[in-house]
Design a protein around this ligand. Structure first.
Ligand code: NAI
Length: 244
């Protein structure tokens, strides 16, 4: 059972779909004030919810976030760096430098820019939790192409260093490494006869895909006081995929 997040300010990127949407919903259900960011419109209405339509790869967004936190909310307790996209499983030969830079900017640099924009407030209030979205592609090869796998491995490294550098200031940072989660990101696996989706389930020890709500529930635990001693970790939620 997660704690009540009343009076806590939570930022969720990628809040328009899939895992980010479920995270935003669950924090709202647990009484947090939630700021949701997505390049698409976010299908949520709640008096404790502020939507921001923006691209997380754009540096300008983060000046706005810093200002919003400093002037309106005066605090920020939890950041879920969830927005991300796949690289169509392209290998090195098929990845242009532009494609590489685009994936790294969206999946990695956006998280770094967010960290920089909220960290001073977290340090000042001596409390802050990052739940950064990695992937099984942040632990092993095969969960994406070369750029996605590189970006997600780097998210893991960034998170560990972030935690080491700021734990003494009350800041905690961990990563989630999901396996097969049934979200629009994997929509093509379910197209036609859904052979790909079926293959993925067969290859997963748990023999199924997970729902995004399951990842949201893990997120709430990692954001809560109950996980206060979990630092700089990567928590797989992959039905046993990386344990094989
Ligand atoms: P999704 O496609 O359902 O949701 C991703 C959301 O991020 C979308 O609403 C999209 O508009 C937003 N987004 C993407 N690029 C953006 C940008 N530049 N600026 C603003 N918003 C942007 O995908 P899903 O599955 O919910 O993915 C969420 C995170 O989980 C991603 O970081 C993904 O890499 C990660 N993940 C997902 C897995 C899965 O099986 N679904 C497995 C492992 C990791």
């Amino acid at each position: 059972m997660a704690e009540d997040f009343t009076d806590q300010v939570v930022i969720v990127t990628g809040a328009a779909s899939g895992i980010g949407l479920e995270q935003a919903k669950l924090f709202l259900q647990n009484h947090a004030q939630v700021i949701g960011i997505d390049k698409n419109q976010i299908p949520l209405e709640n008096e404790n919810f502020e939507p921001i339509t923006a691209d997380v790869s754009n540096e300008k967004l983060f000046e706005k976030i810093t200002k919003l936190i400093e002037t309106t909310y005066k605090r920020v307790d939890v950041v879920c760096n969830t927005a991300g996209k796949l690289d169509d499983y392209r290998d090195a030969r098929d990845t242009s430098l532009d494609q590489w830079n685009d994936i790294l900017q969206t999946d990695l640099t956006s998280q770094f820019m967010m960290v920089k924009s909220v960290l001073p407030t977290m340090i000042k209030q001596h409390h802050g939790v990052f739940v950064n979205m990695a992937s099984i592609a942040g632990m092993v090869a095969g969960g994406g192409g070369i750029a996605y796998t590189a970006a997600k491995h780097a998210v893991v490294g960034m998170t560990k260093q972030l935690d080491l550098d700021f734990a003494e200031h009350g800041v905690r940072a961990n990563c989630i490494a999901p396996g097969a989660i049934n979200t629009p990101m994997n929509g093509s696996d379910f197209e036609g006869d859904a052979k790909m989706a079926q293959w993925v389930a067969e290859q997963t020890p748990a023999r199924r895909w997970a729902e995004p709500k399951e990842v949201a529930e893990l997120t709430l635990f990692l954001a809560s006081q109950q996980s206060d001693y979990i630092h700089g970790s990567v928590i797989p939620i992959d039905g046993g995929w990386t344990a094989k």
